[in-house]
Design a protein around this ligand. Sequence first.
Ligand SMILES: [Zn+2]
Ligand SMILES: [Zn+2]
Length: 636
Amino acid sequence: MIAKVVFPLPIDISLDYRVPKDLEKDIVKWSRIKAPFRNSQLLGYVTGFSKTSHIKELKSIISLLDRQPILGEDFVQLAGYVAENYFCSLGEALDLMLPKLIRQGRKLESVSLNTSGQASITYPRMLRDRQVSSKKEKGEVLLLRDTVNRRWQVFEEKIKAAINEGRGIIILNPEINSCLAAKQWIEEKAKKEALLVHSSNSGKQELENWVRVKNGDINIVVGTSMAVFAPVANLGLIIIDEEDNPVYKQEQSPFYNAKDIARFRAEQSKADLILASPAPSLESYYSVEKRGFKLIEPDPKEKAGIFVQIVDLSEERYKQKRGNIILSNILERNISEAINNKKKIMLFLNRVGFSTYAKCAGCGFIIKCGRCSKNLIFAYARNELICRSCNFKSAVPEICPQCNLSYIKYLGLGTEKLESEAHRLFPSARILRYDRLKHDINLDKEQFDVLITTQIILKDLDKLKNIDLLGVVSLDSSLNRLDFRAAEKTFQVMSRLLYIVKEKAIIQTAMPEHYLIKPLMRNDYALFYKEELNQRKELRFPPFSFLLLVTLRGRLQEKVGLASEDLFNYLKDKNKDKKLEIYNPALAFPLKLRDNFRYNILLKSRSKKTLIQFANKYVKNFKKSGIIITVDMDPL
Ligand SMILES: [Zn+2]
Ligand SMILES: [Zn+2]
């Protein structure tokens, strides 16, 4: 008897192994085994059997870990989907869905569930078969654009319906606190137990959770991205809250998007899928027209009644005859008045540190991170230069490290400088700064008149119910990013901030004519969506095309550069019929990340299928020693 085995390695094919006589009666398809591979023993998954093999000297399986399949057919299908769409092997995809201890070869008989008062797990219960018992033909996809409180009204209805039908539920939220709140709601209101699943669960906890869900002891799971793989049986509802949050997209290979996994699972089990956000991603909103997603949004008449004022920074610079303006006269006056009237103010600036870069006054040299090639920021209180990407820290140099002659100037506005400016202008106010360099703050308890903060505040907005005045110190750093999604991301952040403001918002920008401004002032997502869609259409960017990013990385820049040229020429040769667009290799930004140099090749097509087929056929099997190649479909 020959078993076909896949390993969690970047190898696309299954390998043949002889099954020892004593294991023949127990081994099944999708059981885990240990087998010799090169000079070591690896854990693999059995994908099938045959009587013969064309390999002459077959090695034998060393041990058998499961006498029943470790995953059901639905998950095997899902693994196939992941492997094909995110360019990994079937073995790697299977690994992605299983708890760490299962991947490491822990036998399931040894699991005990004493913490929850359950008896030890035995196989027959563990892997009983389950059928989808939906009466529906298929589930619906609902896009819900609204505030958190009103979103929950819809969630509640859907959750209750799923519970009444006896079907399983998965709820995803990027923030643990929001997950906890959801779990609490379900347990108090729906009187059902919900399991919290997130990446900081310990190995043992993760395994216990997985077994309880797989066993059907619990069928409601709340968690962060990875909870999308929870083996919930008879799935009836998946909720993805804050659906525009980029955390749903993995930053490492395989670069899967939890939203796509959720759609696949929803279709598989005829479950309903709810995508919710105050400002949905453009792709999701576009799917309302193109893919029949059902849309629920607030009545336009119910728009928030706050006043949004735009301050043109270039005009202000001209009026004040100064190049650098931190707070315009208008914003300064409004803050003063608000302080006098005992109101609460939030100043938003998405740049930490005192200054955002350090530059030699003589030779113009800019101090960069040795590992990432990013500009180092200057943190005044810590008296350090810091890298925002990798947290590299260095002492502040006395003289320029390049020319040894001149002194260093600190330029660019960060929250620390804004804080010192605020102290100077409003000496009597209680000023609180909350950002990545100063985050040990309990917003529930702190007293302040002026809160200075960055994007870090997005996860704590529920703690800030009483902001009267919002000052956006600069919209431009986020709008100016080299990213075709810059406007969309800026709008999403601003929408969230505007939702918590009670009276007035003042936004400073040197680009008052930008198409995002009018929709922002009116809090009109549909208008923004229309404008943004026009831009994307003109540039043929998603959703009017699909992108696939190939990244090559390695320790030696020259080698990576040459390899990217080789790959580019090879791909160009395979694309003679011009089915897709292939862009010249470009330096990634930042070029150097954690000691690796990176080059990108971007592929673009109107058809996702074309891209995936092309990459599976040509990119995936392109190998160069010392170079790691990753493929990211729908990069964010
Ligand atoms: Zn210098
Ligand atoms: Zn760095």
